[in-house]
Design a protein around this ligand. Structure first.
Ligand SMILES: Nc1ncnc2c1ncn2[C@@H]1O[C@H](COP(=O)(O)OP(=O)(O)OP(=O)(O)O)[C@@H](O)[C@H]1O
Ligand code: SF4
Ligand SMILES: [Mg+2]
Length: 315
């Protein structure tokens, strides 16, 4: 299958501060496939989502590289067909508190599908039911503060579905939720993927979430993708020492595993004072002299497995 989304050598910067937030990232995604983006806080996961969705915040610009979306909508619909929808980490602050849930969904349906009046209302109720919110008719009159975090997250997913996206970007969709809600949202995303065949880009700190939903994963550090692999391979045989360290941080539920999760020493450097060479070298147990001189080019670990490291763990 050909790629639906192709990102090539994408550089995103803050010109006023002369820093690169994304530094030459490349990846691709087929329709129906799920890519998981992982990495510590501040490594550029959200900015990657915003760049793909053409929603970069003010003052942040795409300096070079490309984001190509394959034109796969039916003839005659292509020009206006919305293709990408995004759901955000914090649903409650992403919804406008002065609008009812019904208004929010109906206006999206009007914008994306041209529906009005009772057509829009009926479709909005159908979407609410689709994402598991019962008594949709009365819920349409509710405001976001009258919903729980999990319900608001579902409303955001319903809003995204109103756009009939071919790519759904979910930035930490379960982080603000308790484990029961998390499980329900993950199940819903799995169902929607199977039903619609859309591509999914999911960001999560939780490698368990990535393992459950993603086909392949990309690990980010300081605005670069430092390892990409099929998700099972990445979790079992991470090659980059940083990816390995992230996997080692995962708590185990095996009662016989008495090893506590090992934290990664140090912290992510600031973008305006990045260490030279491989940016991970001050924290890396495998670092050698060459690591602080030049950034390593991606090394092939397996057929679709690459890691940017001079001394990959698998080697
Ligand atoms: N508006 C902004 N202006 C300047 N720098 C920004 C802005 N927004 C984010 N950044 C910087 O861009 C980098 C990447 O941020 P991003 O939000 O993509 O990180 P993230 O990986 O999503 O982190 P988290 O896991 O905490 O959500 C960070 O160093 C952040 O400080
Ligand atoms: S290039 Fe060197 S410092 Fe960077 S991750 Fe690999 S071994 Fe560690
Ligand atoms: Mg983020």
């Amino acid at each position: 299958m050909s790629d639906f989304l192709t990102v090539r050598d994408l550089v995103v910067e803050v010109p006023a501060r002369n820093i690169k937030i994304l530094d030459g990232i490349s990846f691709s995604l087929e329709s129906g496939q799920t890519l998981g983006l992982v990495g510590e806080s501040g490594c550029g996961k959200s900015m990657t989502c915003y760049a793909v969705a053409s929603m970069l915040p003010r003052g942040i610009t795409r300096a070079s590289g490309s984001v190509t979306i394959q034109n796969s909508a039916p003839t005659g619909v292509t020009a206006k067909a919305p293709k990408i929808a995004m759901i955000f980490q914090d649903p409650t602050s992403s919804l406008n508190p002065v609008h009812t849930i019904g208004y929010y969904l109906e206006s999206a349906l009007h914008r994306h599908q041209g529906l009005k009046g009772s057509d829009a209302r009926l479709e909005a109720m159908r979407l609410l039911e689709r994402v598991g919110i019962d008594r949709a008719r009365s819920r349409m009159r509710a405001y976001p503060h009258q919903f729980s975090g999990g319900m608001n997250q579902r409303v955001m997913i319903a809003h995204a579905l109103a756009a009939k996206p071919q790519l759904l970007i979910a930035d930490e969709p379960t982080t603000a939720l308790d484990v029961t809600m998390q499980a329900q949202i993950l199940h819903l995303l799995e169902e929607l993927k199977a039903e619609t065949g859309m591509a999914l880009m999911i960001v999560s700190h939780d490698l368990g979430v990535i393992a459950r939903l993603a086909d392949k994963a990309a690990v980010m550090y300081c605005g670069k993708i430092i390892e990409t692999a099929p998700v099972g391979e990445l979790l079992q045989r991470p090659a980059h020492p940083y990816a390995r360290a992230l996997v080692d941080c995962m708590p185990s539920i095996d009662p016989n595993d008495l090893e506590p999760p090992a934290p990664i020493p140090g912290s992510v450097p600031l973008l305006d004072s990045l260490p030279p060479g491989c940016h991970f070298h001050p924290r890396c147990p495998r670092a050698s002299a060459e690591c602080s001189v030049g950034f390593p080019v991606p090394a092939t670990i397996g057929p679709v497995h690459e890691a940017s490291c001079y001394h990959p763990v698998a080697a």
